[in-house]
Design a protein around this ligand. Structure first.
Ligand code: ATP
Ligand code: MG
Length: 567
């Protein structure tokens, strides 16, 4: 490709609307342009990178028995109603009606439609397992589309669905996808980690996310410093011991005038926040519920949502609770709380002794609280968010934290969708059984952005060679060197090497600046100094290393470099 023909409008200035590096650099390098919030056009350079990522994905899916198909983007509402997700998906789903007022959606994910297809044509255990995938645009009306391609409303996803005869088959499919994902992200040149994950609206109970480690990641993960435990903070657990057993004392009400927050109460009573119990209220489909966590802890709303079920979950303000039930702001607690409010407590609360809770009376708290004695009728579960530094749930190690970008997620679904949609097969004994499913997604456009978050410097992108838009950026310093550059360009192309030839009538400084910005891994400069000795100047974008190559060895040298990189 000649750069004089390339549609890659580079920008000198960093666009103000772009908050993170990948978004800024993709705009500046002329890779993407915004059409609407969370909706982007991929210009030719981006399209080339995306195609490379997709090729890697296709190779690894096919290697593990995947078969590519193309499911429709427009999906009828009926199948979503059958699975029960028409309502669950809520405002995130783009919905539309046809001219006959029939309801449809733009696919945010494809479990329903693929299950319907497989159910229609698979009868026997002999037809299974099946691993079907596609690479396609997905549509989600995200509440906060942001960070460019990271969180779009239209984005590219690879989604694979596995159908097996039993759990053992699902296990194999899941392991196959774990292997494939590990290969895909390794081949894309990314530093990543697989972590235990919550399954969210997709369902099932075993799930892992593949996280690209990056400061700008929206996800927080924790990992053990001595074993291989790693989990999304949404899912993570830890082993925390409650200290100081102490004697059991009689429950006592004590005046705490104007001491409303945990910190105020703890300071006033000269105790640690760890000795207090925080009572929060959430609005849910089943009305208000109260949630108890230790004073220094945060409620993990994902865990809470999984426990209470339904679609609605929001933290109700103390004022709302005061208006609804007349409870005093800042002095609420589980003892003698109105019976219509169901109480959930975090497991740690159960272990506490001599604790402090609000007395449901303005200006008072209870002290010497023993949860099992003073509010026995509540439901306990793991409801807290773990903190870095706590003990690993699996060993004696400590939990550390890091930020990550979720580029993929794999799920064991079991029979959730096959049951809801009636996807059965006949086993060897002629018995009808539900297919056992898994689903596996990769954010293709997000992966491109994540690669930039891991590979850039102050001058621009530093593409890993496997997904770079071109392998070689060939620069003719001025018109005088163009004939030699053209000759090299032809030879490199003939050898199957992907070259971008900067044949533009621009100053060398401009060419080098654009080259750094676009980030092609091998820069070969044909300039007067080198040519005097029949040499070209080579600079590697990844590490800045410079070399000189004899003109007649350029093709062989590039080939050698690519071979060493496994390409
Ligand atoms: P998130 O938690 O980031 O919203 P998700 O868990 O809802 O993502 P999945 O349903 O697991 O997403 O989708 C599979 C993959 O698609 C994700 O791992 C992610 O890489 C990508 N993805 C999801 N939502 C978006 C989005 N809005 N923009 C770009 N990529 C996305
Ligand atoms: Mg996910």
């Amino acid at each position: 490709m000649r750069q004089s023909n390339l549609f890659a409008p580079t920008l000198r200035e960093t666009p103000a609307e772009a908050e993170i590096v990948s978004h800024q650099l993709m705009l500046r390098a002329g890779m993407i342009r915004k059409s609407a919030a969370g909706v982007y056009t991929y210009l030719p350079l981006a399209q080339r990178v995306l195609k490379k990522i997709m090729t890697i994905i296709r190779e690894e899916m096919d290697r593990e028995g995947g078969q590519e198909l193309a499911l429709p983007i427009i999906q009828p509402a009926e199948i979503w109603k059958e699975s029960g997700r028409w309502d669950v998906y809520g405002a995130e789903m783009f919905r539309l009606e046809d001219r006959h007022q029939r309801e449809f959606c733009l696919g945010p994910t494809h479990e329903e439609i693929v299950t319907t297809i497989v159910k229609g044509d698979v009868r026997s255990y002999r037809d299974l397992p099946l691993r079907l995938y596609q690479i396609q645009n997905k549509y989600r009306d995200e509440i906060r589309p942001r960070f460019g391609l990271m969180r779009g409303r239209e984005f590219i996803m690879k989604d694979l669905y596995s159908f097996d005869v039993d759990e053992a088959g699902l296990d194999e499919s899941y392991q196959a996808m774990y292997r494939a994902y590990t290969k895909v992200f390794t081949r894309c040149g990314l530093t990543f980690r697989a972590v235990e994950a919550d399954s969210g609206a997709i369902g099932g109970n075993v799930s892992q996310e593949f996280m690209v480690l990056a400061e700008n990641g929206e996800a927080l993960i924790v990992y053990c410093d001595s074993c291989d435990y790693a989990a999304n903070i949404e899912k993570a657990t830890s082993d925390v011991k409650v200290e100081g057993a102490g004697p059991v004392r009689e429950l006592e009400k004590t005046a705490t005038p104007n001491q409303k927050t945990i910190d105020e109460v703890a300071a006033f009573l000269k105790i640690k926040p760890e000795q207090t119990i925080k009572t929060l209220f959430y609005g849910t489909d089943q009305g208000y519920v109260a949630v108890l966590v230790r004073g220094d802890d945060q409620v993990n709303e994902i865990k809470l949502g999984n426990l209470v079920g339904g679609n609605k979950l929001y933290l109700a303000s103390p004022e709302e609770i005061h208006q609804q039930f007349g409870l005093p702001v800042g002095f609420v607690g589980p003892i003698g709380l109105i019976p219509e409010i169901k109480i959930f407590g975090d497991n740690l609360v159960k272990e506490m002794h001599q604790a402090v809770v609000g007395a449901n009376q303005e200006g008072y708290h209870f002290i010497n609280v023993e949860p099992s004695r003073d509010f026995p009728a509540i439901t306990y579960a793991d409801l807290r968010t773990v903190k870095p530094g706590e003990q690993c749930p699996r060993c004696q190690g400590r939990l550390c934290s890091a930020r990550g970008i979720e580029v993929g997620q794999i799920f064991m679904l079991g029979d959730k969708y096959s049951k809801a949609l009636g996807a059965t097969f006949l086993d060897a004994q002629g018995q009808s059984r539900f297919m056992i499913m898994g689903c596996y997604g990769i954010g293709v456009s997000r992966t491109m952005a994540a690669a930039i978050e891991q590979h850039y410097d102050e001058n621009g992108i530093k593409w890993p060679i496997s997904i770079a838009p071109f392998q070689v950026h060939l620069i003719a310093v001025s018109a005088a060197q163009l004939p030699v550059a053209e000759d090299l360009y032809r030879k490199l192309n003939d050898a199957g090497i992907e070259v971008l030839l900067d044949d533009r009538d621009e100053r060398p400084g401009v060419k080098f600046k654009d080259a750094d910005l676009i980030g092609i891994p091998i820069r070969i400069t044909v300039g007067p100094k080198g040519l005097a000795q029949d040499e070209v100047e080579v600079k590697y974008r990844q590490n800045g290393a410079e070399e000189r190559w004899p003109l007649d060895e350029v093709v062989a040298k590039v080939k050698e470099y690519l071979a060493n990189a496994g390409i």
